[in-house]
Design a protein around this ligand. Structure first.
Ligand code: FAQ
Length: 307
């Protein structure tokens, strides 16, 4: 069975929930997909912080729609993870208990309105680079979820870049705010792609099984190459004084990434880890009545249909 599975992967077949798969493949997907779903859900918090303070009705509407989209993404991916035999409740319990990982990027604070621009442009921009590849992942439910998610992330990226472009073309104080947001979000965005391939324990297996199509470093480089000209087009400076362009490949080679900071953040010691977990726990507790009401309604509906 294992040989047939490997042959299907090699042929580029999609693996579906009822197909046989090695336990290790299942485990790796549950790990990665649940972290991804949690990231979408926790990812609502930094931007949710600014919904009531958006500078105009138009900005408020698009931010609200974006944050709502992220909730939807979390739900699709939890559903995708359920097809592997694990329940959403179980995964959410792990998140609330602080035993599950979610993307490092959401443990940074959103200090000014320009951070809404930087998140859309850089964080969604990085997510698109990563997830466009995952849309070709070997596991069908995950790959299909990525197709829709990437379409929505494109709208998110555009609204973020437009905020940055507007601020950059504004007063000196607005320009400074945009530059400051880029300064604070640039390096954490590069860390979103995960450790360098040589320090990435999961990459080799995920690449072999075609869950990942490219390594962490290649995707990070692709994101940098796309973003550097976008920054200069709106008059912003990438906060990396040693970055230079490789004449042969055209790649923009960044200075060293602070992997100590990354490890601190993913082990619970980032600037906002505790705050994020507390906010999720509070939201979960406050939503208990909604879950109870939905369960009572479903039970009543079930009884009526049975009668
Ligand atoms: N943060 O061996 P690798 C979004 C962990 S969605 C935290 O390289 P892998 C949308 C990794 O889990 C953003 N932990 O791991 C949005 C592993 O730990 P483990 C989320 C990280 O899986 C926008 C260990 O380090 N996207 O932004 C991170 O092969 C705006 C070793 O790493 C996804 O999740 C990190 N950055 O590659 C929402 C995409 N990087 O589990 C709201 C799907 C690594 O062994 C607002 N995931 N780790 O204990 C992936 O593509 C991969 O899982 C990687 C990591 C590339 C993130």
């Amino acid at each position: 069975m294992e040989a047939e599975f490997e042959a299907r992967i090699a042929r580029g077949d999609t693996i579906e929930p009822k197909d046989w798969m090695p336990e290790r493949y299942r485990k790796q997907l549950i790990r990665m997909m649940s972290q991804h779903a949690h990231s979408e859900v926790v990812g609502m918090l930094p931007e949710g912080n600014w919904i009531t303070r958006a500078p105009s009705l138009r900005r408020k509407l698009s931010l609200l729609a974006k944050v709502q989209d992220e909730a939807g993404h979390g739900l699709y991916i939890y559903c995708g993870t359920e097809t592997l035999g694990t329940s959403r409740e179980e995964l959410i319990d792990q998140l609330l208990a602080g035993t599950a990982k979610y993307s490092s990027i959401f443990n940074y604070p959103t200090l000014t309105w320009a951070d809404m621009g930087a998140i859309g442009w850089l964080v969604d921009g990085a997510a698109i680079v990563n997830q466009t590849m995952l849309a070709k992942a070997s596991y069908g439910p995950y790959a299909r979820a990525m197709i829709r998610i990437c379409k929505e992330e494109n709208f998110h990226k555009r609204q973020g870049y437009e905020i940055m472009a507007t601020l950059s073309a504004g007063t000196p104080a607005q320009q400074e705010m945009a530059q400051d947001a880029l300064n604070r979000w640039w390096w954490p965005s590069l860390m979103m792609f995960g450790p360098s391939d040589k320090d990435s324990p999961n990459s080799a297996e995920l690449l072999r099984w075609k869950v990942k199509q490219k390594g962490n470093d290649e995707l990070r480089q692709r994101f940098i190459n796309l973003t550097v000209p976008q920054a200069s087009a709106i008059g912003l400076t990438i906060p990396d004084p040693v970055m230079k362009q490789d004449e042969k490949t055209g790649d923009w080679i960044p200075g060293p990434i602070d992997w100590d900071e990354f490890h601190q953040v993913i082990t619970g010691n980032g600037p906002c880890n505790k705050e994020r977990l507390a906010a999720r726990n509070q939201a979960h507790a406050e939503g208990a009545w909604v879950r109870e009401a939905a369960a009572a309604y479903a039970a009543k509906h079930h009884q009526r249909t049975a009668a």
